[in-house]
Design a protein around this ligand. Structure first.
Ligand code: C2E
Ligand code: MG
Ligand code: MG
Ligand code: MG
Length: 286
């Protein structure tokens, strides 16, 4: 009897795994259809000067609303797209929409687009970027590309060649999620990058734990020593913001304390609010 019960469980597990597999396949089919239909949209999260007096750049964040399941988080569908080998098509669509939208914003605002590790393995990305810039007329100086720290360690020589070529056109390269991917900091001075985006995990406890603040300040000192521009991500509270300003930890702030990701049409208004110094540290929800 024990035997048949455990066999029953196995059947149950097998069925559950089947169900998950089917679900994953379904997600893949639906994602491919969405990508083919151009249904990946883009939200923009602004980066402000620490005192909120200027909106300088926006990060383009891919969005997919599944017809039945609703919004699928980008770190879920980007991974699925990577498994399917279609992430570069998403990248192309996001860069195109982002550059077009950036052209409608005040000229001092840049656009920052995330690249997948797969984009950095293939020189196709250079074609994609240059043709989108030509099509949209966006000045290369207004385009930033974010690459994760972990994708930089991989196959460094190809990645380096691609990034150096892109920088040669005047495009800015940022390391994303900085502090989460490296085993050694000895790489940092040799990477072809201009900006570090310090991961939000380094901000989370700075008000409660002085050691976390010291660690963050250490990363900031190191980055400044290498002439890198510093964006601090995931700033959620006024208290965190006050500490970052007090210790001069950021050139730009990106986080819910100033704004959630919004739609392209909200950017100009947010920029004007900032410039009129009317943009108090408060969450802007579209
Ligand atoms: P990321 O590039 O580090 O983007 C920042 C993420 O942090 C965004 O989540 C943003 O909404 C969230 N965030 C911003 N401020 C705060 C805050 O104050 N608190 C908290 N808790 N979160 C904050 P999102 O949009 O869900 O994107 C997640 C990740 O998905 C991105 O992380 C990026 O790795 C990936 N991703 C998004 N769009 C694209 C894309 O077009 N291409 C690629 N390759 N990856 C993308
Ligand atoms: Mg990013
Ligand atoms: Mg980031
Ligand atoms: Mg991050």
């Amino acid at each position: 009897e024990a035997k048949s019960r455990s066999r029953g469980r196995l059947v149950f597990f097998a069925e559950e795994m089947d169900a998950r597999y089917v679900e994953r396949q379904r997600l893949k089919t639906d994602l491919r259809a969405a990508v083919d239909a151009g249904d990946i949209s883009v939200a923009y999260q602004p980066m402000f000067k620490p005192d909120g007096s200027a909106l300088e750049c926006c990060e383009a964040l891919a969005r997919w609303t599944h017809p039945e399941k609703g919004a699928i988080p980008p770190n879920v569908f980007i991974q699925v797209a990577e498994e399917m080998g279609i992430v570069s098509e998403i990248t192309r669509q996001v860069i195109k929409k982002a550059c077009r939208d950036c052209m409608t914003w005040p000229e001092h605002i840049s656009i920052s687009v995330n690249l997948s590790v797969q984009d950095l393995r293939n020189e196709l990305i250079i074609d994609t970027v240059t043709s989108v810039l030509a099509e949209t007329g966006l000045a290369p100086g207004r385009l930033h590309l974010e690459v994760t720290e972990s994708s930089l360690i991989e196959e460094l020589s190809t990645v380096r060649l691609i990034l150096e070529q892109l920088r040669g056109y005047g495009i800015t390269v940022a390391i994303d999620d900085f502090g989460t991917g490296f085993s050694s900091l000895s790489y940092l001075d040799t990477l072809p990058v201009d900006v570090v985006k310090i991961d939000r995990s380094f901000v989370r406890n700075i008000c409660e734990d002085v050691r976390r603040l010291k660690l963050l300040r250490g990363i900031v000192t190191l980055s400044r020593g290498l002439n890198l521009q510093i964006v601090v991500e995931g700033v959620e509270t006024r208290e965190q913001l006050a500490l970052l300003i007090k210790y001069n930890c950021a050139d730009l702030i990106q986080g819910y304390v100033y704004s959630m990701p919004v739609s392209s049409s909200d950017i100009e208004e947010l920029s004007q609010l900032a410039e009129r110094k009317e943009f108090e540290a408060r969450t802007y929800v579209a």
